[in-house]
Design a protein around this ligand. Structure first.
Ligand SMILES: *[C@@H]1O[C@H](CO)[C@@H](O)[C@H](O)[C@H]1NC(C)=O
Ligand SMILES: *[C@@H]1O[C@H](CO)[C@@H](O)[C@H](O)[C@H]1NC(C)=O
Ligand SMILES: [Zn+2]
Length: 330
């Protein structure tokens, strides 16, 4: 009785929340601009399994995007040192805010501080200032969307989720892994088509089974299905870092509107890219933000709201029109 009352209350709350987070905004997107790719996005680090995860990815030649917390970077030297290792592995660094608190309960000044502090500490330890951010639990309603746009931040949502954090209570890591693979098996493996679909896939790096068991499963399944891994930069087609960053040599910079062939694994997408752009930090820093063609905006596919994940899964990821404008002006 109590439980069902609670559930229906939650349902109403979630429905309300969902519509608040996800206005009918055609600019909210959660897929890549081209089919056949998967952006593997890793949240909540840097954590103690980061080295292991990087080793797995290096072995399988997978490039991912790490949404790190400023607070974790500042926590200890090992976690701060992870940032350079992530870049050296050819992965992309992105911001997951400083505190992991709910952005929708903050003022714009507090949100700016979250982004600013995270950007500063990431820059201090790696030389880059991320242009991509992910709001904790995906909570980024109107004020947040507007504020992120002002700061040149591309709000990164996702359209497929391991939900790995839910299964940390499982004693058997293989059971936890199987459960975390369910959505991927159902939606990506069983029902999707690399000829038409793309995914932004969410996982965490702070759970032991996620790194030691799940990562391999995710990678093998994605490749077996015929998808190719890309960073968010390639997925969306906007530079990974803000001006003033020193773009690491290990990260190929895709010319806007083109794709870069993977070095191995997965089908090779047609490309007219001349290959990785020579490294170097440019005079004024690095990351060149140009006003090239903007990514195609597509409407979110499939159901965004998955029961209790509700608010988290709600919405896809947002790239406001004003963000594009603001971005072009930086
Ligand atoms: C970030 O913080 C610095 C120092 O407090 C400040 O000068 C700068 O304007 C802030 N930047 C943004 C985008 O808020
Ligand atoms: C995927 O498809 C297979 C074969 O039809 C089926 O047995 C399996 O239950 C499906 N898995 C999921 C998670 O939907
Ligand atoms: Zn998180």
């Amino acid at each position: 009785m109590k439980i069902s009352a609670f559930l229906s209350c939650s349902a109403i709350f979630l429905a309300t929340f969902a519509s608040a987070v996800m206005p009918d905004d055609p600019n909210k997107i959660d897929t890549c601009k081209m089919p056949g790719v998967v952006a593997y996005t890793i949240d909540d680090g840097p954590g103690i399994y980061n080295d292991e995860l990087l080793a797995i990815m290096a072995k399988k030649n997978v490039k991912a995007t790490f949404y790190v917390l400023g607070r974790k970077v500042d926590e200890n030297a090992a976690q701060a040192a992870a940032l350079k290792k992530i870049l050296d592995g050819g992965h992309q660094l992105a911001s997951h805010t400083y505190s992991h608190d709910n952005m929708d309960l903050m003022t714009d000044v507090q949100m700016k501080d979250e982004i600013n502090k995270t950007s500063d500490t990431i820059f201090k330890h790696s030389g880059v200032r991320p242009a991509y951010m992910r709001a904790p639990e995906g909570r980024c309603a109107e004020l947040c969307t507007k504020t992120m746009a002002e700061m040149g931040q591309i709000i990164s949502h996702w359209n497929i989720d391991t939900n790995d954090w839910r299964f940390t209570g499982e004693k058997d890591p293989l059971v936890a892994t199987k459960k975390s693979m369910e959505e991927i098996m159902d939606v990506l493996y069983n029902k999707s088509d690399p000829a038409t679909d793309s995914f932004i896939l969410l996982q965490h790096e702070i759970h032991e089974f996620s790194v030691r068991h799940l990562a391999n499963e995710v990678i093998d399944t994605v490749i077996k299905k015929g998808y190719r891994f890309v960073t968010m930069e390639e997925c969306i087609g906007e530079p990974a870092y803000l001006p003033g960053s020193t773009v690491p040599s290990t990260v190929p910079v895709p010319p806007t509107g083109t794709t870069i062939a993977p070095t191995s694994g997965g089908p090779v997408a047609p490309t007219d890219a001349p290959g990785p752009v020579p490294t170097v930090s440019q005079p004024n820093g690095g990351a060149t933000v140009s006003g090239g063609p903007k990514p195609t905006i597509s409407t979110p596919p499939k159901g965004d709201v998955d029961s209790s994940a509700g608010a988290m899964k709600v919405a896809s990821w947002a790239l406001g029109f004003s963000a594009l404008l603001g971005y072009a002006l930086i």
